[in-house]
Design a protein around this ligand. Sequence first.
Ligand code: ZN
Ligand code: ZN
Length: 161
Amino acid sequence: MAELGSTAFESLLLRIAADYPYIQLIESSKFSWHSRKNSVTYKKSIEDTGEDVLALLHEVGHALLYHKAYTYDFELLQLEIAAWEKARELANHYGNETALNEDYVQDCLDTYRDWLHLRATCPICFARSLQNSSSHYQCFNCRTEWRVSRSRLCRPYRLQT
Ligand SMILES: [Zn+2]
Ligand SMILES: [Zn+2]
């Protein structure tokens, strides 16, 4: 059994808790940021892969940037990019540069880009369209309207295939 603070993840957790006492760090089944509760949930993994370090830095990035709900899908992608930029800063500050895997970051952002592309594509004529409310898109080409479900900040990193 690992002692507290014995892995890179655990020592990072302790340092973040000390530096940002106003962010609640809660153990859970996944990594996420909850703006209303000002809390970051994290999942302890058995293997020390470094992905948990990255995921924690990313969620704390959202927290430090005070990310809140958003209206348009493209805003989510911007928030994600900003959270990863903050994660890079934090990684440098805490000495976790080696955990910062750019391929992993780009994979995460790609899942958001794919998701955005899917939602924004007209189901009738396949034109790329604009969102006109948090739950509707309308095709500028054939005028078809379609609904999309409300999306949440911080979806899972990788889409299950
Ligand atoms: Zn269309
Ligand atoms: Zn995120």
